[in-house]
Structures are given as C-alpha cells and as structure tokens.
Design a protein around this ligand. Structure first.
Ligand code: VG1
Ligand code: CO
Length: 546
C-alpha cells in the first residue's frame, strides 16, 4: 500500500481551546481541514523513533461527520506508521471510555471526535481532541505545539484505500496497520465492575429504587442501557433517549436545567423517580437531580467526596481532591474535614492530569457538571451516577436527606453560573480587559455593603511539573467569603460566551432551603454592575442560567 504525500497549506484558527479543537461542521468539512489538524497532531507528538509498534485509539460521540472523520484518521494513522488502531464499533466511544481504552490497551494516545456539550448535526459543531498515553487530554505545552504545527504544515500523509467496515467487531488490516474494532462498552463496563459493588446496586434496583437516565440521544445510551438496565436490572425505560443520533434528535446535548428541562420537571413532579441523571454529547458530564431537589455540580462534587467510601474503589479514603477555580468551595470544606489536600486548578480537565498521575488526588470536578476520579483521566458521567447510586444504596436515604445533612454539617455554598452567549468577541474582550485593569484598585473597597478582599487574574502553577498557566479568569472575593468570577468560554464556536460565576456561603441551616437565584440576587446585581455587563454586551439578562 502506497503512502501518498498530499501538499497542503496552513489553515488559520486551529487553536485547541478548553477541550480540543471545536468548529462548525461546515468548517471541518472543508478540504484538508481534518487532515491538516490530524497531521499536525501526529507531527507534534511523533516520538524520535516514529509510531512503529504503537497503538492509537479512535472514537467519537456519534455526531454528524463522526464516521467520515474516523475513516480519514485511520488512513492517516496507516500512512504515518502506527501499528494498530483500536476503534469503537460504529465509531462510538464516550470520552471517559476512550480514556479507559487508551489505558487498558497501553495505547500511545487517542483521538476523540466530539464537540461534547455543543449541538450537533449538519449545522452544529464538530471537534477533535488528542489524549496522551495516560488517557487524559493533552497538556497545554502539547496543544501549543500542535497549534504551531498547524501554522507551518506543508503536507499530510494518507493511503489510498476504501472505507473500512467499522460496525462489526473484529480485526481488519489496512496495509501493515491492524484495525481492531471493539465493543465500545466492554472495557469501560469491566472497569466499572472493579470500582463498584454491582451486587449491592442490583439489590438497590431489586428493592424498587427508580432511576431515570436521559442519554439525550448522545453517546451514553449504549453504556447506560448496558450498565443500568442489563447489568443492574433497572427496568427497561429507565434510560430514555438512549440511541445515539448524529444530530442528537435536534436537541442540545448539554445536561443542564435548560436543555434537560423535561427531566427536571419529571423530578419535581408527584411521581418522581428516586434519582434523575443525564449526560452530555460525549458522556463526560453528569446532571444529578433527586426527587424534588437539584444538586448543583459543585455540591455534587463535595457530597461525592464526603461519601466516597460508600464505593469499594474509594473505601480506603481519598488522597486529595481538586476543583477548577470557578467551582464553588463546597469541596474545600469536605477536604478540610477529612484532613486531605484540595487543589484549585484552571478550567478544563487537562489540568487535573498531573495531580491524578502523581497520586495527589483521587477525586476532582468542575462546576460545569464534570466529576471524575483517578480511574480514568477524563470526567465521567456514568461513573458519577454509579457513585451516587452506591451512596444511596449504602446510606439508605434520599438525595434530599443526604444533601440537607451535608449542608447542615458543612454549610451551603449557594452557586449559580450566568452565561451570555454568542456576544461580539470584541465586547467580551473589552469587558474583561477593562475589569482586569481595575482589579488592583478593588481590594479594600466596599461595594453594596460588601468589602472586597481579593481581586486578581487567576494564574496556576502546576505543583507537579511547575508549568504556569496565566489569565484563567478574573476573581473578585469578598470579606464574607462570597465570590464572583468572570471568564470567556474556550469551547464555543460562534462569537464569544461570557461566563459569570457567583457564589455565597451560608452557614445558617435555617437559610439552606432558598432558591439559589433568590439567595444570590444581590450578588448577581453586583456582578452585573461591577463589570458593566449590559453596557459592554448590550444584554440585560443571561442566555443560560445554571
Ligand atoms: C466548558 C466548561 C469546562 C469544561 C469544558 C469542557 O469550558 O466550563 O468546565 O471542562 O467546557 O467540557 P468553557 O471554556 O466553555 O468554559 V466538555 O463536556 O464540553 O468536554
Ligand atoms: Co463533554
């Protein structure tokens, strides 16, 4: 089989963001687009001895353009000298499953084709992300090298070959490349069986416990059907929207209170199940709702950390925990009580990798509905549901009882995130630059009765490798422990999204039952006024509140 060297020229804008390269499908469908990026990845990470003998894992969330892109990646992997490609049947691998497969098959790395929580379909988004041998997203120095390579590329390597059958498990060959089509669920299921007590969870369901899991027509359908219904015996119908569709059935696969509203309404209804959960496009996020109570992702992280011993994998306790900077400090209080370290990292899972690899943390999470542990190097939606189920099985209490007891012990961190989507890029930059200029003068001032004690542009020094990441969000902290954070999203594909994160600590149990928007109302107004959001963006209200 002959390797073809195809001449190409750099395409601007291929800078990986918070989680890989994300663009409109139309952009990815341009000639040479996928090829340029994939070749740039290979060039950036090629070992001195080449890819001989090495394995690449490939899979995606099943969205529009997934299959075409995977065939392209496989041809290029063959041309670039890989020995083996492991691909999920049907081109399917959830992001946590891809991480698991990379680790289980001792792969060199993997390419995950997904735009995660972004909408799909011909007019939606697509994305490509490279994960390294630890199963985790490439760190910044690697994504920077990839980006530099995209600006200098002159050719890519491919082979002239027909599309392979990727639907039937088994091994086929492409020249000297072995292409192993694997069941996308098998390795992941085996890992979950090692982490959790499946017998205890089976007994929970046998006792009449009711779960509703909304897979949002995204990638978790096959995993959820296999694990919750077939393995754990939850009745058929427990998993809804369980067939992955290229356009997610026209819905937005972001498991929040806006896009999973039907699930939320069911959980607030008279005949609500015991636990409601949902996951996103690529299966790494989780939404947790108890009967009559939404558990914010920041709270969920704290409650999982406080109760992790309920699952066999964490029965020995946690080495430490970590959260992204905008995530509420609820988990910090748990860490303090447990006497374990708590790290504060920039937004994005790639920053947890070193801490997990070094064994410094066991559990970590983000306010954006991401929770995970050292079992893989991605956040993991189905895993989070299994850990919640383990806790519910062990404690024999409802989600509400567990949440209220948690707040009574640690106090409650009221929390909300307000997103202003698709704003002019210049407007968001203008707002953040202007605020950033004022930060040094803010500490000591009292605004609307609150004294500012901290105002900075968050920078992170990785304690393992010493790398420094600057400009990770503007923070304003007040004397009473409340906090406002502003940052620009790094996963959007049109205009700019301004995220405003608002948090306030409430120690008094008599005040733990409030609606977060009401409890935070004065701080929300303050956040708007300090940054001049309407003036800069022309928006009076956020597009999405979570
Ligand atoms: C968002 C979230 C961040 C998450 C990232 C990827 O990034 O805020 O916490 O890690 O999405 O999640 P940003 O830059 O838009 O705020 V996923 O599920 O889209 O891979
Ligand atoms: Co995701």
């Amino acid at each position: 089989m002959f390797v073809t060297r195809v001449p190409t020229t750099p395409i601007a804008g291929m800078k990986p963001g918070t989680s890989g390269l994300r663009k409109k499908v139309a952009e990815f469908a341009r000639p040479h687009y996928v090829e340029n990026f994939v070749q740039s990845v290979f060039d950036a990470v090629r070992p001195p001895t080449g890819f001989a003998g090495l394995t690449l894992v490939v899979g995606g969330d099943g969205r529009f353009h997934n299959r075409e892109a995977i065939q392209t990646v496989i041809r290029m992997a063959a041309a670039n000298g890989f020995a083996r490609v492991v691909v999920g049947a049907g081109g399917i691998l959830s992001t946590p499953a891809a991480s698991c497969v990379i680790r289980a098959h001792q792969a060199f790395g993997g390419l995950i084709l997904s735009a995660s929580h972004n909408p799909g379909g011909p007019d939606g988004d697509f994305g490509i992300k490279f994960n390294t041998a630890n199963g985790g997203p490439a760190p910044e120095r690697v994504t920077d090298t990839i980006h530099a390579r995209t600006l200098a590329i002159t050719e890519y390597l491919t082979v002239d070959a027909d599309d392979l059958d990727l639907d039937t498990p088994g091994t086929r060959t492409l020249g000297s490349l072995a292409v192993e089509v694997v069941d996308p669920v098998a390795d992941y299921l085996a890992l979950m069986q090692r982490l959790f007590d499946f017998d205890a969870l089976r007994a929970l369901f046998a006792g009449g416990f009711r779960l509703r899991f909304d897979a949002m027509h995204a990638v978790t359908g096959p995993y959820a059907h296999a694990i919750f219904e077939r393995e754990l015996g939850a009745p058929a119908g427990t998993v809804i929207h369980g067939t992955p569709l290229p356009d997610f059935g026209g819905r937005h696969p972001d498991p929040n209170l806006v896009h999973a509203k039907a699930l939320y309404d069911e959980m607030m209804g008279a005949d609500a199940p015991d636990l409601g959960a949902a996951s996103d496009g690529d299966g790494d996020r989780n939404l947790i709702i108890g009967r009559g109570i939404f558990v914010s992702p920041s709270d969920s992280l704290a409650m999982l950390a406080a109760n992790a011993r309920c699952a066999p994998a964490y029965a020995q306790g946690l080495a430490g925990v970590a959260r992204s900077m905008p995530t509420s400090a609820a988990v910090d209080r748990v860490a303090q009580a447990l006497g374990i370290p708590c790290h504060e990292t920039p937004t994005g899972w790639k920053f947890f990798g070193n801490l997990l690899d070094a064994g410094r943390i066991t559990l970590c999470g983000e306010e954006s509905a991401g929770t995970g542990s050292d079992h893989v190097r991605e956040k993991d939606g189905v895993w989070a549901v299994l850990l919640w189920l383990s806790i519910l099985a062990k404690r024999r209490q409802s989600v509400r009882e567990i949440a209220e007891a948690h707040w009574a012990t640690y106090g409650r961190h009221y929390y909300t995130r307000h997103d202003y989507e698709d704003v002019e890029v210049e407007a968001v930059h203008g707002l953040l630059d202007a605020l950033s200029d004022r930060l040094p003068r803010l500490p000591g001032l009292t605004i609307a009765g609150r004294r500012i004690v901290l105002a900075d542009d968050f920078a992170y020094t990785d304690p393992v490798d010493g790398s420094v990441s600057r400009h990770q969000g503007l923070r304003i902290g007040f004397g009473d422990g409340s906090r406002i954070v502003y940052r620009m999203s790094g996963t959007g594909t049109s205009g700019a999204t301004l995220r405003v994160y608002i948090e306030q600590y409430e120690p008094d149990p008599a005040r733990h039952g409030l609606d977060p928007q009401a409890a935070l109302a004065p701080l929300i107004t303050l956040a708007r006024d300090i940054a001049g959001i309407p003036a800069w963006t022309g928006r009076e209200a956020p597009d999405v509140i979570t």
